[in-house]
Unconditional design. Structure first.
Length: 330
C-alpha cells in the first residue's frame, strides 16, 4: 500500500502556520467570493495566551491552598475575561467575505499587486485584521460596519509570465492578543508580468516599406496620422507649433500614405547567442520605445504575429505576448 505524499512544510513560516498547512493542505484556487464561515475560522492561544492560562492556574492553586476568597474572585474574573476575549477574537474574523480584484501588469523586478476586496457584512467594526502572502510581511487593516475595503497586497515579481500569489492567510489577534484566529484562503488571483526591458540605449531595427520590399523611403505625406514627441533631427516644418505654444512641449506631426513605413520587431532578427530571456527583454525595450515615439510597429514571435499598429492598447498586447511566450520544444 502506497502512502500519499505529505505537502511540503514551508520553513519560512512559523511552526504554528507550518503545522496548519500540513493539517489543511491547499485545495486549489476559488473563483467566487469566499465567506469565512464557522468551519473555516480556526483559533488557538498565542504564546501570551498560554502564559495567561498558566498564571490563572497558579492563582487558582494558591487560592485553594490558602483559602483566599479574593483570590478566587480575581482568578474567575480574569478567566471570564479570557473567555470573552476568545469569543471576540473569533467574531472579529467570522463571516468576513473575500473576493479577488484585478491585478495590473508589471515588469519583472517590480512588485506585483494582488488587490483583495474584503467586505464586513455585520454591524460591528472589524479591527486589526491582517493578510499575509507567502513570505511577505503582514498587511493590517480595519473594516467599518457594512462596508468593503480593498487590501493592496503585493509580492516581488521575479520573472515574466502569469503570476499567482497562491494560498494566503487572513488572521487576527484582536482584542487582547491572547488568541490567534486564522483562515487559509486561495482566491483566483493573477497578474501578468512583462519581461524586464533591456537597459541602455538599444537602437530600433530599420523600418521597411509597407509593401514589405526594401527599406522605407519616407513617412508619407497623404494623411495626418497624429503627433508624437519631438526627436532631434526632425524637420522644423513638421513641428506642431500651435500645440507647442499651448503645452511648452515640442511635438512632431506624423503623416501616413502609400510610402508609409512599417517597423517590425522580429524575434528571429535578434542573435540566438543572447538567449531566450535576453531576446524577450530586448523586444520589450523596442516595444516601449516604438510606442513612446508614436511609431506603427508589429511583433513577430515563433508561432505568433501581431500586425503593425500604434497606441497604448497595441503596446500592451505586444508586452502580454512577450510575457506569456513559451518556446516550442522540439
Amino acid at each position: 500500500m502506497k502512502l500519499a505524499s505529505l505537502p511540503s512544510l514551508r520553513p519560512s513560516l512559523p511552526l504554528r502556520d507550518r503545522i496548519g498547512d500540513w493539517i489543511f493542505p491547499p485545495r486549489g484556487p476559488e473563483a467566487g467570493p469566499v465567506t469565512l464561515g464557522q468551519r473555516r475560522v480556526y483559533i488557538l492561544p498565542t504564546r501570551g495566551g498560554i502564559t495567561y492560562g498558566v498564571t490563572l492556574l497558579l492563582m487558582l492553586v494558591g487560592s485553594i491552598n490558602y483559602n483566599l476568597s479574593l483570590g478566587f474572585i480575581l482568578t474567575f474574573l480574569l478567566g471570564g475575561m479570557g473567555v470573552v476575549a476568545m469569543l471576540h477574537t473569533w467574531r472579529n474574523l467570522a463571516h468576513v467575505a473575500l473576493r479577488p480584484g484585478k491585478g495590473l501588469p508589471v515588469f519583472a523586478g517590480e512588485h506585483a499587486g494582488f488587490p483583495i476586496a474584503i467586505r464586513n457584512p455585520g454591524g460591528l467594526a472589524r479591527i486589526s485584521i491582517a493578510i499575509r502572502l507567502d513570505g511577505q510581511a503582514p498587511l493590517y487593516f480595519d473594516i467599518a460596519p457594512d462596508l468593503e475595503c480593498i487590501v493592496p497586497a503585493t509580492m516581488p515579481a521575479a520573472k515574466r509570465g502569469l503570476m499567482s500569489p497562491g494560498r494566503f492567510r487572513i488572521f487576527t489577534t484582536y482584542p487582547l492578543g491572547l488568541f490567534y484566529a486564522w483562515a487559509n484562503v486561495d482566491l483566483d488571483l493573477s497578474c501578468v508580468v512583462y519581461p524586464r526591458p533591456e537597459p541602455g540605449n538599444v537602437p530600433l531595427p530599420p523600418a521597411q516599406a509597407a509593401s514589405g520590399e526594401g527599406g522605407a523611403t519616407g513617412t508619407g505625406e497623404d494623411d495626418f496620422a497624429g503627433l508624437r514627441t519631438y526627436h532631434p533631427g526632425d524637420s522644423p516644418r513638421r513641428i506642431a507649433w500651435k500645440a507647442a505654444a499651448r503645452s511648452d512641449t515640442f511635438l512632431t506631426k506624423q503623416f501616413s500614405g502609400s510610402a508609409a513605413a512599417e517597423l517590425w520587431l522580429d524575434f528571429g532578427d535578434i542573435p540566438d547567442a543572447l538567449g531566450l530571456e535576453a531576446k524577450l527583454s530586448r523586444l520589450a525595450r523596442w516595444v516601449l520605445e516604438s510606442e513612446t515615439g508614436g511609431l506603427r510597429f508589429g511583433l513577430r514571435l515563433p508561432g505568433l504575429e501581431l500586425e503593425p499598429s500604434a497606441g497604448a492598447a497595441h503596446r500592451d498586447r505586444c508586452l502580454q505576448a512577450l510575457a506569456l511566450f513559451q518556446p516550442v520544444r522540439k
